[in-house]
Design a protein around this ligand. Structure first.
Ligand SMILES: [Zn+2]
Length: 457
């Protein structure tokens, strides 16, 4: 049993002072005391908040982030970005994935994320290679200390109507029966703070008849495991879905699958009112990745209406153009402000602190989407938390909820000083113990890949 002391922080939904958290050997909070002064010789940490779950990551894309910000003559949109990304994906080996994911997960921890949903579709075709790729992700999580919800992706077709996968999509596929085998082999490997979930790439990549057998296999292993899917990121896929099935993507999913609180709908960007109301009623989480969605020109999710209806959401860094939960939340709010010419939109008309509201809600929704006992500081939850450096000038004059508002909207540079996952400090005074070694390996590897790509193209 360990005791950790904090000057103040967000405990459950309320602010408290002079906090003492009791954490057991499994990293779970067993007792929360307030009004406790630490024993002589022990200095209390500053402000404590629940760490943020990152519900959507494609780790390898971190090494590609920022390298597609030029325009060649002709089309420039999500689909042209995807072609460039496929060229990059072709260079991924298990070693490359491990190095990139390790560097990425350290960046995430330093930014205040404690857990990641790895939407993993680089399988390289057959089960031994797929296993090596998954092992690379699991190793990266274990050596950096981030909690992992591993989501191996089912990917079968290029588009609606069973269009065969293209050459660039070959590394994403499985031969017959191999996806089931992969899930069964991976399940016992994911223990403790790591978890296995089910993942359909999208409606365009998974034919209708493939859903039920994959869900049956997952249920036989863990019938509470999360289920993720990319759902309606681009209008082109909405139109193709309507043409092929007569329904919009979310409409089709709600009508044909037992969508409930296990489901996480990534990029539910293009939804009509019946669709967003349907998601809210089923208790599913919407996975929003505002920095990536802005970078790729996806569109804006009707977040204000959805949240006012009690809809649940979490955030993800997806393509990793940004690895900062505060930037995701800011962009989420700012998208609403810009389209409505209004301020503090997402707290709703009842009022409240926008930064604190968004942090708390995204933490809870993200925890649900990852199937992890995190998202708030409370008895029975895992001790995944962050400490803010209150000497940062941005906090001058701020008290209680204003601290989180200032952190989310004005916290530059990053004021996260310490990060704990499952009761273990993984970031101390802004530094991860392995960052120097891992970032050096990362720089060398990405340099090598870039040189190879220049030679090819
Ligand atoms: Zn994605």
């Amino acid at each position: 049993m360990q005791k950790h002391y904090f000057k103040d922080g967000l405990i459950g939904a309320n602010w408290a002072s002079d906090i003492c958290l009791h954490v057991d050997a499994d990293g779970l909070v067993t007792k929360v005391e307030t009004g406790v002064i630490p024993p002589r010789g022990i200095v209390a940490h500053a402000t404590v908040l629940p760490a943020m779950p990152n519900l959507h990551s494609h780790a390898f894309q971190r090494a590609f982030a920022g390298l597609a910000e030029f325009r060649t003559p002709g089309q420039s949109d999500f689909w042209s970005w995807r072609t460039a990304m496929y060229h990059f994906a072709a260079h991924m080996t298990p070693e490359a994935v491990e190095v990139i994911a390790s560097a990425l997960y350290i960046e995430m921890l330093k930014a205040g994320y404690s857990a990641v949903g790895e939407f993993h579709y680089l399988h390289n075709s057959h089960v031994d290679q797929a296993l090596a790729m998954s092992d690379a992700i699991i190793t990266a999580a274990e050596q950096t200390g981030i909690a992992l919800t591993h989501l191996p992706v089912l990917y079968q077709t290029a588009d609606f109507g069973g269009v065969p996968a293209s050459k660039g999509q070959a590394p994403f596929l499985h031969a017959d029966g191999e996806y089931d085998r992969l899930l069964k082999i991976l399940k016992p490997r994911l223990k403790g703070r790591n978890k296995l979930g089910l993942c359909f790439h999208s409606l365009r990549a998974v034919p209708e008849e493939a859903f039920a057998p994959a869900i049956a296999t997952m249920d036989s292993l863990d019938d509470s495991a999360p289920i993720h899917i990319h759902i309606a990121e681009q209008m082109r896929e909405v139109e193709a879905c309507v043409k092929s099935t007569g329904k919009r993507p979310v409409e089709w999913l709600l009508a044909n699958q037992n969508v409930d609180a296990r489901w996480c709908l990534i990029h539910a960007t293009h939804v009509n009112e019946a669709e967003w109301r349907g998601i809210a009623e089923r208790g599913a989480v919407v996975g929003l990745c505002p920095a990536t969605e802005a970078n790729l020109g996806d569109g804006i999710f009707p977040a204000a209406e959805f949240m006012a209806a009690g809809g649940r959401f979490g955030i993800g860094s997806d393509s990793h153009i940004s690895i900062d939960p505060r930037e995701e939340l800011r962009l989420l709010e700012y998208g609403q402000r810009l389209t409505r010419q209004a301020r503090t939109v997402l707290t709703g008309e009842g009022g409240g602190h926008t930064g604190e509201f968004l942090w708390a809600q995204a933490a809870k929704g993200g925890a649900q989407a990852l199937g992890q006992p995190i998202g708030e500081i409370a008895v029975g939850k895992r001790a995944d938390l962050i400490v803010l450096d209150r000497t940062c000038p941005t906090f001058a004059g701020a008290s209680y909820a204003q601290v989180v508002d200032a952190f989310v909207f004005a916290g530059q540079p990053n004021p996260v000083s310490d990060v704990m996952v499952a009761g273990e400090w993984v970031v101390r005074a802004g530094k991860h113990a392995k960052e120097d070694e891992v970032f050096a390996r990362y720089g060398e590897l990405v340099g090598r890949i870039a040189a190879k790509m220049e030679g090819v193209e």
